[in-house]
Design a protein around this ligand. Sequence first.
Ligand SMILES: Nc1ncnc2c1ncn2[C@@H]1O[C@H](COP(=O)(O)OP(=O)(O)O)[C@@H](O)[C@H]1O
Ligand SMILES: O=C(O)[C@@H](O)C(=O)COP(=O)(O)O
Length: 428
Amino acid sequence: MTLVLGAIADDFTGATDLANNLVRGGMRCVQVIGVPDTPADLSDVDAVVVALKSRSCPADDAVRDSLAALAWLQEQGARQIFFKYCSTFDSTERGNIGPVADALLERLGARHTVMVPAFPINGRTVYQGHLFVGDRLLNDSGMQHHPLTPMTDADLIRVLSHQTPHRVGLVDRATLGRGADAARQRLAELADQGVRHVICDSVDDTDLEVLAEASVDLALVTGGSGLGQALPAQYRAKGWLDEIATPGRLSPACGAALVLSGSCSRATLAQVDDFLGRHPGAGFALDPNALALGDEQWEQALAFALDRIEQDAPVLIYASADPTKVQAAQQRLGVERAGELVECALSQLAVTLVNEGVGRLLVAGGETSGAVVSALRISALRIGEQIDPGVPWTQATLKGHTAPLSLALKSGNFGGVDFFTRAFEVLS
Ligand SMILES: Nc1ncnc2c1ncn2[C@@H]1O[C@H](COP(=O)(O)OP(=O)(O)O)[C@@H](O)[C@H]1O
Ligand SMILES: O=C(O)[C@@H](O)C(=O)COP(=O)(O)O
């Protein structure tokens, strides 16, 4: 069997989220970090997700990295390409989703694609082209305060139209209600009218199944992991997949537990509070203003974590803060510098503490996870048990370590309120 799906994810938590849903759909999937520079043996793999850190960087860099990933996936023979972005359509002001989708379409010689961010089980739905998080429009969901990609408009046609010179259209819910043939026909009509990007409504898993059936023959599909869960059944129907693969089991987890959080999303802030409420004294708060002054706060955080680990006690190091504090730090230091200081501090803590015996590491935040995984020089992740929708445990082999590292990369807004505690219960 050849490689069925090649995916390019614009951040690391998003990549893990997609890989998890492909595995749940019965595909044998591996996640690689960046474009591999050594030949890969993909003989027993149906899908590969290439994790990039291309959501918040300049658009030209995102295009270059995505095209490099595409070239590699084409070399591996992937039948369909999936560009994975956030279920909340996270974009910088200029936006990378449009430029990357345009570049991928051009390189693939394809005339159009679908845009399907919805992930209904996690409350992300799209209706009349408007993105909802739960019962709130995107711009009123907390995402308007995101430190790097504030989302202030829920109208995805308008958002995307600012990111591409090409026409953007809509396949609405009424069309999906008439089934996959109607959706396919509408996509073809829109393509004939010169529409290149088609925002797709989807309010439940049935809509995603219809969209998966209507888009299985496209060279490129784009969106969130909800579509990823619906596609494997279509690949099976086409005879591209032999059977439903059962997820492989990870090796037993070992080593000390640590939570690092750089996410300032609403769900994470509640998870931080919940964890500190359950484990008083278990948290150390990092402040970008203090980090900017030198190494003192970082060293204090390290000493705190080592002490807790020695006592076999829960430990959380976090920079997560409410929008007022984040904005104050950003005004003082600049958006990029504030983010970098936090990402650098957390990733260097991860490297040091993994060398000191941490073997179960939970990281909250997409950019934060990108920084941590890169600093640990991880090249691939195996997908294990799901903790909550969109967040599985994974395992990585680290150079110089005999036991694998168990790693959970949590998207900012995913996970129940007790996630930081329950994740470790799932693992044991
Ligand atoms: N207190 C803070 N002040 C300013 N920026 C912060 C603070 N804490 C975290 N950040 C930055 O905010 C960004 C959060 O993004 P990310 O890790 O992707 O989280 P999420 O998954 O919630 O989007 C990171 O770049 C992080 O370094
Ligand atoms: O689709 C999603 O919501 C996630 O997979 C994702 O990409 C989340 O990104 P972060 O919130 O930045 O972790």
